[in-house]
Design a protein around this ligand. Structure first.
Ligand SMILES: Cc1cc2nc3c(=O)[nH]c(=O)nc-3n(C[C@H](O)[C@H](O)[C@H](O)COP(=O)(O)OP(=O)(O)OC[C@H]3O[C@@H](n4cnc5c(N)ncnc54)[C@H](O)[C@@H]3O)c2cc1C
Length: 236
């Protein structure tokens, strides 16, 4: 897909769990960039009408069939997120993309494994699956230390409620809140087998920190997954 460079206006900024802010952006020229679900884009500030020098890659957390673009960004106190933290609705951001080989290609048996902000690309993929009425089985395993750190939950729960063939399994590694109905502990083979029927034949999408991605790849291969069907995006 051809790279595009466009100016977007921030429509909305919502505080999610774990210090993550959900940015919704609308394209100033009325047409979104074209991308495949799972891809990322470079985001920068618009300064004096031009693209600022400081930019960072962010996974697109929305479906390409959406008119707006969404990003789930953890405010870390680093150079660029310190700028984003102060931004408000109505201000402008530059977006260059799409980029990356982490792409959903209409596979019909899919297991998504996410930790932290890795949920961003998965949200985009599953929203696309729902929007395009893609048939098949889709299970997202989403790991967080604590319940309060879960991001994009409203969107994910809505996708599942409207599309029962898209399942979302939340797991917590550092607490067991009262009344918690999700899983506990790190994502493991037993958990995947329990919730995702036929996982060994699935295409795996793994997104999160490097250590998480390494462990999840090993787990998927241990389940019998085809190494060519394990797609990974990792950072941090
Ligand atoms: C393909 C790809 C997709 C990505 N998608 C997402 C996404 O969807 N959401 C998301 O939140 N991030 C994502 N990232 C990460 C993102 O690009 C940035 O790296 C992140 O937002 C931090 O940028 P920053 O400029 O704020 O931090 P930087 O200034 O670049 O610093 C990097 C890290 O070092 C820490 N740091 C900086 N200075 C210091 C210091 N003096 N002492 C100690 N620590 C310090 C910061 O806290 C930060 O965590 C993605 C990265 C890649 C490669």
């Amino acid at each position: 897909m051809q790279m595009e460079k466009k100016i977007f206006t921030i429509q909305d900024i919502r505080d999610e769990g774990g210090g993550i802010k959900l940015f919704t952006l609308s394209p100033d020229d009325g047409t979104n960039i074209r991308f495949k679900p799972g891809q990322f884009a470079m985001v920068c500030k618009i300064e004096n009408g031009g693209f600022g020098k400081l930019s960072r890659p962010y996974s697109i957390a929305s479906s390409p069939l959406h008119a707006a673009l969404r990003f789930a960004i953890k405010i870390t106190g680093g150079q660029f997120t310190s700028v984003l933290e102060k931004m408000k609705a109505g201000e402008k951001l530059g977006v260059t993309g799409p980029l990356g080989h982490f792409q959903y290609e209409k596979e019909e048996n899919v297991v998504c494994l996410a930790a932290g902000t890795g949920v961003a690309s998965m949200t985009g993929i599953l929203e696309y699956v729902a929007h395009s009425r893609q048939k098949g089985k889709f299970t997202l395993f989403y790991s967080n230390k604590k319940k309060g750190a879960i991001a994009c939950r409203e969107i994910l729960d809505h996708i599942h409620a409207e599309n029962p063939h898209i399942k979302v399994v939340y797991t917590l590694t550092q607490e067991q809140p009262e009344g918690w109905k999700g899983e506990l502990g790190r994502i493991n083979a037993e958990m995947v087998r329990k919730h995702a029927d036929g996982a060994k034949d699935a295409t795996f999408f793994v997104c999160g920190p490097l250590e998480f991605a390494k462990a999840m790849k090993e787990m998927a291969l241990g389940l019998g997954a085809d190494p060519k069907k394990v797609k990974i995006e990792a950072w941090g």
